[in-house]
Structure formats: structure tokens, C-alpha cells
Design a protein around this ligand. Structure first.
Ligand SMILES: Cc1cc2nc3c(=O)[nH]c(=O)nc-3n(C[C@H](O)[C@H](O)[C@H](O)COP(=O)(O)OP(=O)(O)OC[C@H]3O[C@@H](n4cnc5c(N)ncnc54)[C@H](O)[C@@H]3O)c2cc1C
Length: 436
């Protein structure tokens, strides 16, 4: 019998596994359906980096003395001095993946190739029964636990533009870019939809191959520009525990408008990539090369694959209201990810609190069961918990709070004050609350 079982071993639960391991008398198990840790393999492009400094590894921000820090990984692999000389705080994405694999290989509480398919609750014993199959052997497994942590990430999301379900099935999402890259590069023209970091990385990657393979390239966004990710220091204070706490306490009506005003912080393209793209466009403009277009203000209305395999795209100018048709043979959607409720939740549906939209209603401490002390979720609820949710820099903070909930002991106390700005004035410190 485990104290808790965590489902999914993406970076968030992997970090929890590292932080749980040294806690005495805590018996926990982490399960993932993949055969090994692999971080968004379809987007492991050469030359791409994490958006957070390396200290946002699995443990450093909770316990820099842990053996699972990135710096220890670099030391163990003889890379510490090179990293020091390189002076780059932003880990290469391949390097981050290798580091996470190294971490996972040392943990005794993780099991890969374990796909969870069903969870039920035994009222008499007051335990959760977690069942599934081994992904390689097909052998069934069943484990019991008092509590659960669900950290299964999100799935590729397409806009609702397909008139035929068969077209949706044939469309390519950025999450699977690498396995379709060769196919896209055989096209005469390729259209990339979406101007977030993934869209920009794919556009830049395809731009490098356009001359050699001879395809033209279009990059389309409905935004009014290809905007940069905001990384000013005082803005980064919005990615602190204090801001996460403040955001959770906002009135519901305020949360949506606050989030939409923060698009530049958790969406957008990093500055160095924008520069590389611009410089590349400028250099290629001096030569006779296949055309490249960047199109802003264009919202995709519909996408239909014709009999000849080409995609007919209907687009609407977001400000002028006029519509256009664009035909392309290569098409890739970099349109983000969304949460999908897992099938295994059905057996414990009654134990979970749901909001009006049928999503988990997570408490301040990410509990979703009625008692707020048994079932926890990772990286769910952007609308309720804000942009801290998917940010790797806040993994240690959330996992510290989760372990506190799971064990009743605060093993990883958070720094008392991080942000210089006060998101709401502290009363009694020069500010008096007025009656409203
Ligand atoms: C390309 C890309 C780059 C990103 N870069 C950054 C960045 O630099 N900084 C940042 O802060 N954020 C970044 N993000 C956002 C976010 O941090 C990542 O998406 C992160 O991987 C989310 O971690 P996770 O643990 O929630 O889920 P995931 O990484 O998606 O992992 C979920 C795991 O659950 C497993 N699983 C699912 N269902 C089951 C089941 N039934 N049984 C067992 N296992 C199951 C899956 O196999 C998977 O391994 C990036 C996102 C993407 C797509």
C-alpha cells in the first residue's frame, strides 16, 4: 500500500519524485506509460533551449543541496567547466531531456512502461486501486494508494476549423513536427499556423531548409504582430509563488481578463529567436530564394484537404474583416495544447469536484476531491491558478506545497518574500483598508 501514487512522469511529477525520495517513511510510486522519460520528443529541435534559467531544474529551487540538481548532473558528466565557460543559463532542450533521463534512472520510486487505465475507490478500505497494463509486455498491474497525484500533461490542440473529421485526423500538430519534417520538406509550399514559441521554432527550422529543398514558406498568425515573450525582471515577478497565491484569490470575473492581458508573458517568442529569424530573413532577401511570407492579423476560418492532397485554407483579416483563400500542400498547426480528461478518471468521477464547464475544480492547493486531501493535479487549471501552472520555474514551489499536503509536514518551506512588488498592499504597513 502506497501513501500516494503519481500518474505521469513529465517534468512536474519527476520533480515531485525527486523531492519525495528523501522524505523518511514516505512510500510513493510514480507511473508513466512511456518506456523512458522523453520530453516533447517531436519538438526536440537542435539549437532550441528552455525558456527558464537552468536553476528551474527538478530540485534546485526547493533544495540546491539535492543530488538531482542540474549542476550535479553536469559535474557527473564532466561538463561543469564547459558549462561555466559557456556562460549560458538556458539549457539546450536535448540537454534538459538527457538531464531528466539521468534523474529518472536514479530514482527508485519511478516505473516506466506503466499505462494507467483505470482507477477505482474501495470505500471499505479507503484506498484507491490503480490499474493498467505494462506497455511492452501487456501484463496487467494493480497498486493501492491512499492518495493520488495526476500529472499527465496536456495534448495537442487544433482550432475548430475542419469541416471533415477525416481532415482533422490528417492535420499535423507541432507536437509531432520532427516525425513529419521530411514530409513537409518535400512540399512545394509549407504554411505554419501560430506564432508562439513552437510556431517560431518550426518556422525558423523550415526556413533553414527552404533553399536546399526549394519550398516556399508562409507563417500565419491571427495576432496583430509576431510578438516577443516578455522577460523584464519586474514582469518575471508574475512567475513567483506570491503572484500565484494572489492570482488564485482574484474574483473569477477578473481572472480571465488578467490572463488575457498576460499573453506576452506566457505566450510569444523569445528575443534571441526573433533576432535569428529577422537576420535570416534579411540575409536571404539578398539572394534569389523561394519566397517567404509572414502574415499577421489572419485568423484561420476553415481548413479542408482537397482530393489532390492540397489544403484549402480560408482566412479572415482580424481588423479589416475581409476573407482570403490560400492553398498549400504542407500545413502545420502550432496552436498549443489543451487538457483532456483521462479515461481512467471515470471510476472515481464521483469523488471529484467539477466546475460548470466539466473541468476539475481545483483548490488553492490543487486538490480536486471533495475532502480536498486525496486527489491532486499538476499543471491543470490555467483559468483558476494562472500562468504559474505550466511554468517549470514554479515546479519546485508547487511540489513543496503538494508534499506538505500529502504528508502534513512542510519539508520544503518556500522563501518568505520573493517579489519586490506588492500585488495588493499589505494592510498595517503604511496602508489602511477603507470600507468599500
Ligand atoms: C515544446 C515545449 C517546450 C516547452 N518549454 C518550456 C520551457 O522552456 N519552460 C517552461 O516553463 N515550460 C515549457 N513548456 C510547458 C511545460 O513546462 C511542458 O509542457 C511540460 O512538459 C509539462 O509537464 P507535465 O509534467 O505537466 O506534462 P508532460 O511533460 O506532458 O508529461 C506527462 C506525462 O504523463 C504521461 N501519461 C499520460 N497519460 C498517462 C497514463 N494514462 N498512464 C501513465 N502515464 C501517462 C505521459 O506519457 C507523459 O510522460 C514547454 C512545452 C512544450 C510543448
Amino acid at each position: 500500500m502506497y501513501d500516494f501514487i503519481a500518474i505521469g512522469l513529465g517534468p512536474f511529477n519527476l520533480s515531485l519524485a525527486c523531492m519525495a525520495e528523501p522524505v523518511e517513511n514516505l512510500n510513493c510510486l510514480f507511473l508513466d506509460k512511456k518506456t523512458e522519460f522523453s520530453w516533447h520528443p517531436g519538438m526536440l529541435l537542435d539549437g532550441t533551449t528552455l525558456q527558464n534559467p537552468f536553476m528551474a531544474d527538478m530540485v534546485t529551487l526547493a533544495d540546491p543541496t539535492s543530488r538531482y540538481t542540474y549542476l550535479n548532473y553536469a559535474k557527473q558528466h564532466g561538463r561543469l567547466y564547459r558549462y561555466f565557460i559557456r556562460e549560458n543559463w538556458y539549457l539546450d532542450r536535448h540537454e534538459f531531456n538527457r538531464y531528466c533521463q539521468w534523474v529518472a534512472a536514479q530514482l527508485s520510486n519511478v516505473r516506466f512502461a506503466h499505462e494507467v487505465q483505470d482507477i477505482s475507490y474501495d470505500e471499505q478500505e479507503q484506498v484507491y486501486q490503480v490499474c493498467g497494463v505494462h506497455a511492452q509486455t501487456g501484463t496487467p498491474f494493480a497498486y493501492q494508494a491512499r492518495k493520488l497525484v495526476i500529472g499527465i500533461g496536456s495534448l495537442p490542440r487544433f482550432p475548430g476549423v475542419f469541416s471533415q473529421p477525416a481532415d482533422a485526423a490528417k492535420a499535423i500538430h507541432s507536437g509531432f513536427y520532427l516525425e513529419h519534417k521530411a514530409q513537409l520538406q518535400r512540399c512545394k509550399n509549407v504554411t505554419v499556423i501560430g506564432s508562439g514559441q513552437s510556431g517560431a521554432e518550426i518556422f525558423y527550422d523550415l526556413l533553414q531548409g527552404s533553399a536546399e529543398h526549394g519550398y516556399s514558406l508562409n507563417w500565419v498568425t491571427r495576432s496583430d504582430r509576431f510578438f516577443q515573450m516578455e522577460t523584464a525582471k519586474l514582469t518575471l515577478e508574475l512567475l513567483t509563488p506570491e503572484y500565484a497565491e494572489y492570482f488564485y484569490g482574484l474574483p473569477e470575473a477578473q481572472k480571465a481578463s488578467t490572463l488575457s492581458s498576460q499573453q506576452g508573458v506566457f505566450k510569444g517568442i523569445n528575443q534571441s529567436l526573433i533576432s535569428k529569424i529577422y537576420d535570416s530573413l534579411d540575409e536571404r532577401s539578398l539572394h534569389k530564394l523561394p519566397p517567404v511570407k509572414l502574415l499577421s492579423n489572419l485568423g484561420l476560418q476553415s481548413a479542408e484537404q482537397r482530393d489532390d492532397g492540397q489544403w484549402a485554407l480560408r482566412m479572415k483579416h482580424q481588423k479589416l474583416g475581409n476573407e482570403f483563400e490560400h492553398v498549400t500542400d504542407g500545413l502545420i498547426f502550432a496552436t498549443g495544447y489543451g487538457y483532456q480528461l483521462p479515461g481512467f478518471i471515470e471510476g472515481i468521477r464521483e469523488r471529484i469536484r467539477w466546475d460548470a464547464q466539466g473541468c476539475y475544480q481545483a483548490s488553492r492547493t490543487w486538490a480536486v476531491d471533495h475532502q480536498e486531501r486525496e486527489i491532486y493535479v499538476q499543471n491543470v487549471g490555467l483559468q483558476s491558478h494562472g500562468m504559474a501552472n505550466p511554468d517549470l520555474g514554479l515546479a519546485c514551489y508547487r511540489n513543496g506545497r503538494l508534499l506538505h499536503q500529502l504528508t502534513g509536514v512542510d519539508h520544503y518551506p518556500c522563501d518568505p518574500r520573493i517579489a519586490f512588488q506588492e500585488f495588493s498592499p499589505r494592510v498595517g504597513d503604511g496602508f489602511t483598508a477603507l470600507a468599500s
